[in-house]
Design a binder for this molecule. Structure first.
Ligand code: HSE
Length: 440
């Protein structure tokens, strides 16, 4: 075994940073037997050095200045776990300038600035690893990038935000209020520093951007992702879905469709019989459908200190192993050779075709349903199921919920239908639409 020690600088001592320190110490021997070298954190930074932490910082040089870690004369490799764009972007570019590989869990940064970072890294022959940026502990990047390289990938659909799945699961199973469950996810270290990103779909969109790029060989296209969050999902929607044989999951979907690619994050009804419909709590799961391999399901903890640390350390070992290899023969950052990325157009959401669940609040009067079905029929939208809920849930205005399931319809046509339905006098609230995916 090579006795060389690999010295690591750690940016960020939050729950993932501490998870990395704990796992490197707990599994030191196992990791050294794999990497062929001892991996030691020699310097680390955090905003507040006096904070109580669940990891042993003995022997680590601590500072509040991240630049000191990047510039530390002994550091060979930098791990960035600060999150956010600034100053993480500057620090990573600086580490690259110094020829130091970087491991990052920063999906926000990679989704928005990955092209710049990878171009700079390729120019300098430096490796950037980001497995921990998507789906926590699940080695989804490595699997798509390396294990499926003989395939044409057709689509990816994933539960890729642990906090969101934790909230939807608790709403369904425990009926507790949204805010209370979110606070719990924050306490458990699952949520982003700004939990809005978990709830409004932004975090899942960052991750989907990365997955789509490595799956289809397209540039990182965050600005083209259609994003919807989970905050409009009610316990009534969850109960409707259940009674119709579905479950509501917040999915990131990247799919080849015609001449383009769909990139969308939104709540989705999926059949309860699908394995992925049973992914509960903070767990993540990604289904990848490709031509030769068929459908693969990757499942595991999607957030939290120890699970995310697992992905960070796997990257660290990979990076250490490739340090002495010829940069041109390493696995490309985004799976495809940088000059071979193709600009397949990302389809606007209006051109996406899905089946839909619609929830209408209608005055219980003869002719209302006929007017609704006339509008749908007139636009060529075919109805699969219709259900009027019992009078005992009649609103004070005499309205009742009506649930409709439609067959597949292009989004822009459904938009037209919904605005016409909402103009009817007997429809007393905006129509709720949730897309349906069969994931076949
Ligand atoms: N806030 C993220 C989540 C952390 O809940 O999935 C992991 O990326």
């Amino acid at each position: 075994m090579n006795g060389n020690e690999m010295k690591v600088g750690l940016l960020g001592l939050g729950c993932v940073g501490c998870g990395v320190i704990r796992a490197l110490s707990r599994n030191q021997e196992e990791i050294e037997r794999r990497a062929g070298r001892r991996l030691n954190i020699v310097a680390a930074c955090a905003r507040d050095l006096n904070k109580e932490r669940d990891c042993d910082l003995d022997g680590i040089q601590l500072t509040q200045d991240p630049q000191q870690v990047v510039d530390h004369p002994e550091v060979d490799v930098v791990i960035e776990l600060m999150g956010g764009i600034d100053p993480a972007r500057e620090l990573i570019l600086r580490a690259i300038d110094q020829g130091r590989p970087v491991i990052t869990a920063n999906k926000h940064l990679i989704a928005l600035h990955g092209s710049e970072i990878f171009a700079h890294a390729e120019q300098k022959g430096v490796n950037i690893a980001f497995e921990a940026a998507v789906a926590g502990s699940i080695p989804i990047i490595k699997n798509i990038r390396e294990s499926l390289s003989g395939n044409r990938i057709e689509w990816i659909a994933g539960i890729i935000n642990g906090t969101g799945n934790y909230i939807l699961t608790a709403m369904e199973e425990e009926g507790r209020p949204f805010a209370e469950i979110l606070a719990e996810a924050q306490r458990l270290g699952y949520a982003e520093a700004d939990p809005t990103f978990d709830v409004d779909g932004t975090d899942a969109a960052h991750k989907l951007t990365i997955l789509a790029s490595i799956a289809f060989g397209i540039p990182l296209s965050y600005d083209h992702v259609h994003v919807e969050g989970i905050s409009d999902i009610t316990s009534e929607n969850i109960a409707d879905a259940r009674s119709l044989g579905y479950r509501i999951k917040h999915l990131g979907i990247a799919k080849r469709a015609g001449e383009g690619i769909e990139l969308r994050v939104h709540p989705t009804l999926i059949p309860r019989s699908r394995l992925v419909a049973n992914v509960a709590g903070v767990m993540n799961a990604v289904v990848v459908k490709s031509d030769a391999a068929g459908a693969h399901l990757y499942y595991g903890a999607g957030a939290g200190g120890d699970p995310t640390a697992s992905a960070v350390i796997a990257d660290l070992v990979d990076v250490v192993r490739t340090l002495t290899t010829d940069a041109e023969n390493r696995v490309p950052h985004l799976a495809y050779q940088p000059h071979a990325l193709s600009d397949i157009p990302i389809l606007p959401i209006g051109q996406v075709t899905t089946a839909c669940y619609l929830r209408l609040q209608a005055i219980d009067r003869p002719g209302v349903l006929a007017a609704v079905t006339d509008i749908l029929g007139g636009l060529g939208i075919s109805i699969e199921a219709i259900r009027q809920r019992e009078p005992d849930i009649q609103g004070a205005d005499g309205s009742v919920p009506v649930i409709l399931l439609t067959h597949e319809v292009p989004e822009d046509r459904m938009d037209q239908a919904l605005s016409r339905i909402e103009e009817l006098d007997d429809i007393v609230a905006p129509v709720q639409r949730i897309r349906i995916e069969l994931l076949k």
